[in-house]
Design a protein around this ligand. Sequence first.
Ligand SMILES: [Zn+2]
Length: 132
Amino acid sequence: MPVNSDDLVRKMARLMQRGAVMLEETCPLCGSPLFRLPNGDIVCPIHGKIKIVSSDEEASIIEAESVLRELIGYSAGKIKELMSNGSTPEDIGRWLLILEKAVEIGGNMRLSFSSSSQHEPSQRKSQGKEGS
Ligand SMILES: [Zn+2]
């Protein structure tokens, strides 16, 4: 969903009215410039308060998160493809394992930065097992 740029500008203006300073860093989620509030909080005009990358470790976590996201999408697509190909359960199972791992690891890491909404990151749907 593209961000309404008018809205973004308005939000940025409001931040500056509050004495926020625009930083060189950008939001890891949407790429908007980040602002530092007088109280020291780093905020994204779109996402609100943001935990800024402070160490290499965190940078690699963010990197890993995006890789995981891609992996989840990729393996899901692969499984779908294999299913329509009439592939063996072994082939599908291999990707299912990767998908499961990726989801599991993603659930352990904070896949979401949003501090305002505390929704569960893991949306584990119990999809009917098509065994036998
Ligand atoms: Zn953002």
